[in-house]
Design a protein around this ligand. Structure first.
Ligand SMILES: O=C[C@H](O)[C@@H](O)CC(=O)C(=O)O
Ligand SMILES: [Zn+2]
Length: 279
């Protein structure tokens, strides 16, 4: 069974000509959360990988995929895990890490035996996973509720009041290149990442969740003077090339997990775009 899909990198010139379906085919990842199996999206953007697993009937094993040509998944990789569901256990080379709702785990290069399970199948864990190539083995680390760095951003007046939570960033955990966090939009606000930014040094993936039934998030991408949009539903992810803005406006409030990789580990390295100059 082929348990992954490859996404190639697109140039900004090519993307200018894409229609709705082309955009969705190249950047949107639907049905991220898979029941009882790991099904990866392997991107050629900094070789960033994305998956989501909801263990219900099974203990799910982290297995390598053909694209990696490695003996085991984490032979040359690091992995970030954020649980958005009920309590679950990640077992790593014999050691159990319990992740409750909105807790995270960083796994360094070299861990061999990794499994995922839920504590209760009635309220299963929902593990969201990002992985990037690694050149060094850093220690595994759980990032619990008390370890997260919380920042308030935006305001109700500009419809972008939100709470940003840093989980896997280099002030909290040593990493080779992976960065992950979570942002929740406050009730009455709709915009994330506005003013928008680019960071040509890093690619990024946004995973939208807590989007209420019947609502949607309109995600904006593209060069700042050539934007496009993708309508997104709950539990869908979107790839942001390094040359692209990444911002969204929802028909209600919602949350998303952001994950990045590339040239540096400086979270604040962003080139902010002037709102009135977006096209
Ligand atoms: O490069 C950083 C990422 O795009 C996100 O952290 C931004 C974000 O969550 C927000 O402003 O709402
Ligand atoms: Zn960004």
């Amino acid at each position: 069974m082929k348990n992954y899909k490859t996404v190639y990198a697109s140039s900004p010139e090519a993307v200018k000509k894409y229609d709705t379906q082309n955009l969705r085919d190249e950047f949107l990842i639907q049905d991220v959360m898979k029941k009882d199996e790991l099904n990866w999206v392997y991107t050629h953007y900094d070789r960033f990988m994305v998956a989501g697993v909801v263990p219900i009937e099974k203990v799910v094993k982290l297995e390598t995929i053909d694209a990696l040509k490695s003996n085991f998944f984490l032979e040359r990789r690091e992995l970030g895990i954020i649980n958005i569901g009920g309590s679950g256990i990640v077992k790593v080379d014999g050691k159990d890490y319990q992740l409750d709702n909105k807790e995270a785990l960083y796994l360094g290069q070299g861990n061999k035996d990794v499994t995922f399970k839920s504590i209760s199948s009635k309220s299963p864990a929902q593990f969201y996973l990002n992985s990037t190539p690694a050149h060094k083995a850093f220690p595994n680390k759980k990032i619990g509720k008390e370890d997260v760095e919380v920042i308030g951003l935006g305001s109700p007046e500009t419809a972008n009041a939100r709470t940003l939570r840093k989980y896997i960033v280099n002030s909290i955990v040593d990493v080779c290149q992976l960065q992950m966090g979570m942002t929740s939009i406050k009730i009455g606000s709709s915009w994330n990442t506005m003013p928008a930014h680019v960071h040509d040094r890093r690619m990024e993936v946004y995973f939208y969740f807590e989007v209420p039934e019947g609502q949607a998030v309109c995600h904006f991408m593209g060069q700042p003077n050539e934007t496009r949009h993708i309508w997104m539903g709950n539990n869908e992810a979107v790839i942001s090339p390094p040359w692209s803005i990444h911002a969204g406006s929802g028909t209600s409030n919602y949350s998303f997990i952001w994950g990045m990789a590339g040239e540096n580990l400086d979270y604040s390295d962003m080139d902010v775009c002037k709102i009135n100059e977006l096209r």
